[in-house]
Design a protein around this ligand. Structure first.
Ligand code: AMP
Length: 191
């Protein structure tokens, strides 16, 4: 199963991606985690993207596309994956479409986690207190939500056109959201 999660920061993408990964035995590919790991180990990529993440802005498409291309070639992604945080822009989505076409694969389902900005902000501020992520400052949160609406939300239409979009109510508890995802995945499995 090749699964993609779309949703604003604070929609619970990471939490749900981890649960899908554990339940279905496919790797979670989270670009934000990959970038934070690069920053922590001070690789050239990490040094380049550190200020971008701190401001809550988007890393250039070319860098992200190269990163994902390499990651999808890893053997553990051969039987499926759950993508979390990529694509975030139309050029990234177009690049993913052609990458998958090249290797003869397609997205099984794209979940769009739907939640209001108010709930996202509340959850992100709570995470800022608990995890001290440098991009959970009020300014960076505002930038990230604005960028989500401007750059990433249009991808919902992109995937609706492809017939793979499944909207999910993401304002409930993690268990409630996961139950909705599982129910949808069972439908996909019997199709
Ligand atoms: P996340 O953990 O998914 O919220 O990502 C944290 C930060 O990493 C984002 O605010 C961006 O700065 C950067 N990032 C992650 N994924 C992407 C992407 N697909 N395109 C551009 N920037 C990204």
């Amino acid at each position: 199963m090749n699964i993609l999660l779309l949703g604003p920061q604070g929609s619970g993408k990471g939490t749900q991606a981890k649960r899908i990964s554990a339940e279905y035995g496919i790797p979670q590919i989270a670009t934000g985690d990959m970038l934070r790991a690069a920053i922590a180990s001070r690789t050239p990529l990490g040094l380049q993207v550190k200020p971008v993440l701190e401001r809550g802005e988007l890393v250039p498409d070319g860098l992200m596309i190269d990163l994902i291309r390499e990651r999808l070639e890893e053997p553990d992604a051969a039987d499926g994956f759950v993508l979390d945080g990529f694509p975030r822009t139309t050029p990234q989505a177009d690049a993913l479409d052609s990458m998958l076409r090249e290797i003869g694969r397609e997205l099984t389902v794209v979940f769009a986690l739907q939640v209001s900005d108010e709930i996202c902000i509340e959850r992100l501020l709570k995470r800022a207190r608990e995890e001290r992520r440098p991009d959970d400052t009020p300014e960076a949160i505002r930038t990230r939500l604005e960028l989500y609406h401007r750059e990433t939300e249009p991808l919902i239409e992109h995937y609706r056109t492809q017939g793979v979009l499944v909207p999910v109510h993401a304002d409930g508890s993690p268990n409630e959201v996961f139950a909705e995802i599982q129910a949808a995945l069972e439908q996909v499995a019997v199709r």
